[in-house]
Design a protein around this ligand. Structure first.
Ligand code: ADP
Ligand code: MG
Length: 349
């Protein structure tokens, strides 16, 4: 009898989210205390009076960072920030963190102390306690895996799934600059590799480089919501580009959206950098990554509460699912939003 051929699926056939879905679709939850498992920026666990919030993120050398142009102090800072950002995206505050590190013999104590200086600075700045971790060796470069535990009131937890028709779609800060910072670093690095004695010129790019190398997480937004008594209906942090994150909110909330090109916030210094690379700054905002801004929706009647906050842009509104997911351009044409964020397996989805 011919043996049935076992199906083999190459990882490059799947996007990151399809892979996670395929691996986790039959995961069972056994505890009532697990309020939210896989599928949001962080898991939510019942902790008596409060909700405990848990997230983890791993950064790999050669995939997420290049040590040729990433100072280890900045890397430590960023590794912490990307986790804090996921906790804020649940409308919670980070409290504790554990750090797991894999390193090869090419590192010295002094360089790893630099990494820790960055981690500690992030902890001091955001008031987080470093409470443990693990250390091991690696043959293939450095890996840093960080898990952060946060806390919030149970009724303040904000999921990706709560957006309602007519809600306003809001975004903090500005978008696209971190992607442009990466393009500058990559360009100078290539020139450095090709030409002996080449001196990288990073002058004038401070803003976009800072957005790439030393991002911040939007603690101020969570404080603002608390001060204003404002409860977003849905929220996500922007790690993969605005399009992809907005589509997550829409699919998990079962709604459509309409955003306006001219409302998408792009900083002038990002526009200048984009022009050098001949790319549309808007494309960097939609499909670039690593901005770590917050994308959230609020009920229409909360308009007055956000309109005076210069850190918040209202970029559109939530529509019925049947109306689709569109961006209206300056020329008044509707373009369907597509996810073209990062894909760790080498191809965009
Ligand atoms: P984020 O970009 O906000 O960190 P991800 O896109 O990495 O979120 O992950 C989406 C969801 O899938 C999260 O709830 C995350 O915890 C979960 N997830 C990601 N990878 C795995 C995995 N290997 N096993 C189980 N759950 C995972
Ligand atoms: Mg996230």
């Amino acid at each position: 009898m011919a043996e049935r051929e076992k199906k083999i699926t190459e990882l490059k056939e799947l996007g990151e989210f399809q892979l996670i879905e395929a691996l986790t679709k039959d995961v069972q939850l056994y505890h009532k205390s697990t309020i939210k498992g896989i599928g949001d920026d962080a898991a939510i666990i019942d902790a008596g009076d409060k909700a405990m919030v848990v997230t983890t993120d791993m950064l790999m050398e050669g995939i997420h960072f290049n040590l040729v142009y990433t100072p280890l102090r900045h890397l430590g800072y960023k590794a912490a920030i990307v986790n804090f950002s996921d906790i804020y995206a649940m409308n919670a505050k980070p409290k504790q963190m554990v750090v797991s590190l894999a390193v090869s013999g090419k590192f010295t104590l002094e360089t790893l102390q630099e990494l820790y200086a960055g981690l500690k600075l992030a902890c001091d700045t955001y008031q987080v306690d470093l409470v443990g971790g693990d250390t091991t060796s690696s043959m293939t470069g450095m890996a840093i895996s960080i898990t952060v535990i946060g806390e919030t009131e149970k009724d303040k937890v904000t999921y990706r799934s709560g957006a309602k028709v007519n809600d306003l779609i809001c975004v903090s800060g500005d978008l696209g600059a971190a992607y442009l910072g990466l393009q500058i670093l990559e360009r100078e690095n290539k020139l450095f590799e090709q030409h002996k004695g080449f001196q990288p010129n990073l002058e004038g790019y401070d803003y976009v480089l800072k957005r790439q190398l030393k991002p911040e997480a939007r603690k101020d937004m969570i404080d603002f919501f608390a001060e204003q008594g404002l409860q977003p209906t849905s929220m996500i942090d922007i790690s993969d580009g605005l399009s992809s994150e907005l589509l997550h909110i829409c699919s998990q909330s079962d709604v459509g959206c309409k955003i306006f090109q001219n409302k998408v916030p792009v900083e002038e210094r990002a526009e200048i950098a984009a022009a050098e690379f001949n790319i549309e700054p808007l494309i960097c905002a939609l499909n670039g990554g690593e901005d770590y801004e917050l994308l959230f929706t609020i009920p229409l009647e909360n308009y007055d509460k956000v309109i005076h906050n210069k850190e918040i842009s209202i970029i559109g509104h939530i529509t019925d699912k049947s109306e689709g997911r569109y961006m209206i351009t300056e020329a008044d044409t509707a373009i369907e939003l597509r996810a073209q964020g990062w894909n760790a397996y080498g191809e965009t989805d």
